[in-house]
Ligand binder design. Sequence first.
Ligand code: AMP
Ligand code: MG
Length: 396
Amino acid sequence: MISLAAARALIAENISPFSAKAAPLAESFGRVLRQDVFAKEDLPAFDRSAMDGYAIAADDNSEKFRIVGETQPGATPKLKIRHGECARIFTGAIIPEGASQVVMQEHVRVEGNFIVPLKKHGGTHVRRCGEDARKGDLLLKSGARLGAGELALLASLGVTRPKISPPVRVAHFATGNELIAPEQKLKPGQIRDSNSTLVAAFVRQFGGEIFKQERVADDFDLLLKKSRGLKKSFDLLLVSGGASVGDYDFGKKLLGALGFQIHFEKISLRPGKPLVFATRGKQAAFILPGNPVSHFVTLHVAVRLALEKFSGANISWPLAKTPLAENFDFRPDARETFWPARVKIENGELVARALRWQSSGDVTGLTGANALLQLDAGAEAPKAGDVVSVLLLEVP
Ligand code: AMP
Ligand code: MG
């Protein structure tokens, strides 16, 4: 049995990022950027007005300014502003030669062809050339996930085909004779397969794409046949159930038969001790303990790292400190514990609340989980008000 930290090190060491591809911006949302992006020119590329108003020379203290022309966004002004003169100007327009300040239109009185500034207070209202970034500045690093803000930056830089990682191709088998599809009617002894839905949502959230997902009975030969059939079509194989040592837990044997090299098969982790990780060439596989809570935890603390490594993403392990809102039913354990929790704002303060966790099979406690309370091996139960460690699940 190894620690979670050691297990994560093995995952990180044994998966390498696959090659990047250039793709249009419209297809890059949520993908991982695989190139450093530099400013090709100064940003902004010219002095521009930050306000609608009148452009004057900042050191011109005339009482009145004659309006000698107008300059609009997108136009190249041919004006030259002299002493006692101004130009009508709009937000985003180039500051004309001779001008260095924009007086807001709210701060002038217009008298025919003249303006009288009522106040020329603070700020020039000019966005200076290069004030956001200088030509050659590093603006986005390889490994960043492309959200709305990052894509907007790429568009503004003219990087229209960034190099990105394609989605990680994931195949998933949910094993168990007791499993039925969620829409089917339960017979005694059966349970609805919730892990397939959980895995599909998780994979989608963290940069993968499920291209194959199937429930399979506890039948080793059948599972082997189906897995062999996948050949090289996947990057990551996930098998739910069959990770522990019951008579029907054949995950390890399966991976052996498929030619995978096993890197670990047990972690000192609660829940989720029986977790198997293996690789075959560039492909990786996990056998996940079937219990829904174990599933949820191992997906976040182990599988997510594999998805990040494949796609060359920055590794996320956002462990933060926050007070515990109330006591919960925690008993010290020899394993490191990750307890489903919700971090929320209460009375203006961020606090963590442990969610209900009756057993590893208890799905009712997973609703609203946006964090995992991290408790060291052997740690005493924290009390309300104690500062605890939480792994935030949605922050990259
Ligand atoms: P296993 O890891 O196969 O021993 O399964 C552990 C527990 O999780 C058993 O109670 C299973 O019935 C349950 N379980 C396994 N797979 C699923 C699934 N896909 N959805 C919901 N529960 C499952
Ligand atoms: Mg099973």
